[in-house]
Design a protein around this ligand. Structure first.
Ligand code: ADP
Ligand code: DAR
Ligand code: MG
Length: 357
């Protein structure tokens, strides 16, 4: 019958991944034993199964991770697979560990990373949030995407002061405006193949959109990869100010929306790489001498637990020597500690760049 067919197909695709030279965390941690233990399990509330979790990684062997949670309970039902991937990605968060209580601290503790504007083009801090009671992309229908969007919009119109702005749905958006917003790094790009295969682009662009404040340095993404992405961004290296603007935005939004925060995993997100604080703090930075010594840069990135992406985000190349460098860990430390770790890492890279000149 249909289930048997689905299972057979998943086993074929799993064998191909297992035989490939993929470097994904899915290939590394999905052993045959775990596969057999999980292949017929389903989550109680939304009836998600293993294929919903691993489809993207089975499809794209060049994934970095290749695993997503179709709904919040998947982190428990398929813990045998999620826990080792989480421990690996977040550098040591074990299955018996617990995310500390949120602690944002004060952005002013972090001095400008590049007051003379020699290296850093721009600084961005983002976090992801899920709305309690709702599943993630593979379980969302068109009307649920729209329901999420309307819940988010009801909260957005309540934002005041520097966070005040307007919401623009992707549906019906002028194409030139959309291209400009993407080129200015304000709006997400459509059609990410990893999200596609993860069942995250169905009914596109229904329920998707962007909220932008008047100063264009604070935005909220609606139903890109997560239900909500809260983003602050500006030219220069003033990490503290960018961080504060995001933190105050998150606090204001949290007054009108109940976020899904798990006792052990912190804020829940579609991808396990974004659990916990769900914060990614990044700089667009030029380090010409270090970029000429890739081995040295790789060693430093490992030492400071930094991740290097291309100019238009993950899975892209750097253009004009501008790299996106950010903290890798998001889980197992507080919001303040994530920003501190990234701040120290970028300072370390700039020091190394000056020595390497
Ligand atoms: P995220 O983790 O937020 O999903 P992505 O790698 O998907 O990050 O990139 C999303 C967008 O954010 C891309 O357009 C990327 O260029 C932009 N971006 C990331 N960091 C910065 C930065 N420091 N300055 C400007 N744009 C940035
Ligand atoms: N497609 C995933 C990306 C993992 C982390 N990035 C996210 N969640 N946007 C991969 O495994 O490449
Ligand atoms: Mg992204």
């Amino acid at each position: 019958n249909k289930d048997k067919e689905m299972l057979k197909e998943m086993e074929e695709r799993y064998k191909k991944l297992a035989a490939s030279n993929s470097k994904s965390l899915l290939k590394k941690h999905l052993t045959k034993k775990i596969f057999d233990n999980l292949k017929t399990k389903t989550t109680p509330k939304f009836n998600s199964s293993l294929i919903h979790c691993i489809s993207s990684g089975l499809c794209h062997h060049d994934s970095g991770v290749g695993l997503y949670a179709p709904d919040p309970e998947a982190y428990k039902v398929f813990a045998e697979l999620f826990d080792p991937v989480i421990q690996d990605y977040h550098k040591g968060f074990k299955k018996e560990d617990k995310q500390p209580a949120s602690c944002f601290g004060k952005g002013r503790d972090f001095e400008n990373l590049d007051p003379d504007g020699q290296f850093i083009v721009s600084t961005r801090v983002r976090c992801g949030r899920a709305i309690k009671g709702f599943p993630f992309n593979p379980c969302l229908r068109e009307n649920t995407y729209k329901e999420l969007e309307s819940k988010i919009c009801k909260a957005l119109i309540k934002l005041t002061g520097e966070h005040k702005g307007i919401y623009m749905p992707l549906t019906g958006m002028d194409q030139d405006l959309q291209k400009k917003l993407i080129d200015d790094h304000l709006l997400f790009k459509p059609g990410d193949r990893f999200l596609d295969s993860a069942g995250a682009t169905r009914f596109w662009p229904a329920g998707r959109g962007i909220f932008l404040n008047d100063a264009k340095n604070f935005m909220i993404w609606c139903n890109e990869e997560d239900h909500i992405r809260i983003i602050s961004m500006e030219k220069g290296g003033d990490l503290g100010r960018v961080y504060d603007r995001m933190a105050w935005g998150e606090e204001a939004l949290g007054k009108h929306i109940e976020f899904n925060r798990d006792e052990r995993l912190g804020f829940l997100t579609f991808c396990p790489t974004n659990l916990g604080t769900s914060i990614r703090a990044s700089v667009h930075i030029k380090l010409p001498s270090l970029m000429d010594q890739p081995e040295e840069l790789k060693k430093l990135a490992e030492k400071y637990r930094l991740q290097i992406r291309g100019t238009t985000g993950e899975h892209t190349e750097a253009v004009g020597g501008v790299h996106d460098i950010s903290n890798q860990r998001r889980l197992g430390l507080t919001e303040y500690e994530v920003i501190k770790e990234m701040h120290e890492g970028i300072k370390g890279l700039i020091e190394a760049e000056c020595k390497a000149k």
